[in-house]
Design a protein around this ligand. Structure first.
Ligand SMILES: C[S@@+](CC[C@H](N)C(=O)[O-])C[C@H]1O[C@@H](n2cnc3c(N)ncnc32)[C@H](O)[C@@H]1O
Length: 249
């Protein structure tokens, strides 16, 4: 099997920030949650009534309040944020969430199950970096990925092993609807058909981690990932959302 059989050379679709910004407007997002905000480039692109951002190390460099009536920024880890705010969020649920915090799959799994619990059935969760392009950016060690990518085209790109969320959700939550989008730079996975009451991931968390720690984090696994999925065009996805929404101009 050649490297190019399945793994794209580059994701050539719309930038993830443009997709999420447009999605927030198409779904008339009221309450938005972003885990991992950093400089706020993506948060700024979102239009909503209330924007909630969580990051233990904010490094804001733009106007994250743009397009929003209220913003709430929590300078803490996502685990601590959910531990403190879960019940409050259950009364004012999230419409659209973007998970882009720690790029290790066990963190993203917890972020996903905690976020789903405070969503509605028709909310949308988008996950970043789950569609890597080589075996250097998937390292669990960000420093190692940085050093090894120094002379390569994807210099300093780090996705970690959050790609494992795809096989985990396919196996344990086949009820979810997953779209795999070719967003620049490292793809976007959009999850719909949520079930905020589901306890499957929570109940099986420890055994899922044992099972997926044993799955190699290597190029063969990434090939299999792409072989088993249908990569969609981000613009087509947005067009389908636009076509399906009720006419509320
Ligand atoms: C790739 S950056 C986010 C970029 C931002 N979402 C965007 O698109 O503009 C990842 C961020 O996740 C944050 N992060 C790391 N560990 C985290 C955790 N446990 N909980 C929440 N955020 C975390 C980092 O501090 C970093 O700022």
């Amino acid at each position: 099997m050649d490297r190019d059989d399945f793994i794209p050379e580059l994701h050539t679709g719309k930038d993830y920030k443009d997709v999420l910004g447009e999605l927030s407007r198409l779904v008339s997002c009221r309450r938005y949650l972003e885990i991992g905000v950093s400089g706020g480039d993506n948060f700024q692109a979102i239009t909503c009534l209330e924007g909630i951002g969580v990051d233990p190390y904010f490094a804001l460099s733009c106007n994250v309040a743009a397009g929003k009536r209220r913003i709430y920024l929590y300078q803490t880890s996502s685990d601590k944020f959910f531990a403190k705010n879960k019940f409050k969020l259950m009364f004012s649920r999230i419409d659209l969430a973007f998970l882009d915090g720690m790029h290790l799959y066990e963190f993203l799994l917890r972020d996903f199950m905690n976020t789903e619990a405070v969503c509605r059935k028709d909310s949308i969760i988008a996950m970043h970096d789950c569609l890597p392009l080589n075996d250097i950016m998937i390292s669990r060690d960000m420093q190692q990925a940085a050093v090894e990518s120094e002379a390569l085209p994807f210099r300093h790109w780090w996705t970690g092993d959050v790609w494992k969320l795809i096989p985990i959700l396919k196996k344990y939550r086949p009820d979810l609807e997953l779209d795999f989008l070719n967003c620049y730079p490292t793809g976007l996975v959009v999850v719909r058909g949520l079930n905020p009451r589901s306890r499957i991931l929570r109940r099986n968390y420890t055994s899922i981690i044992s099972e997926f720690d044993a799955v190699p984090n290597d190029l063969d696994s990434i090939r299999t990932l792409y072989r088993d999925m249908k990569l969609g065009d981000a613009a087509d996805f947005l067009e389908a959302i636009r076509g399906a929404r009720p006419n509320r101009r």
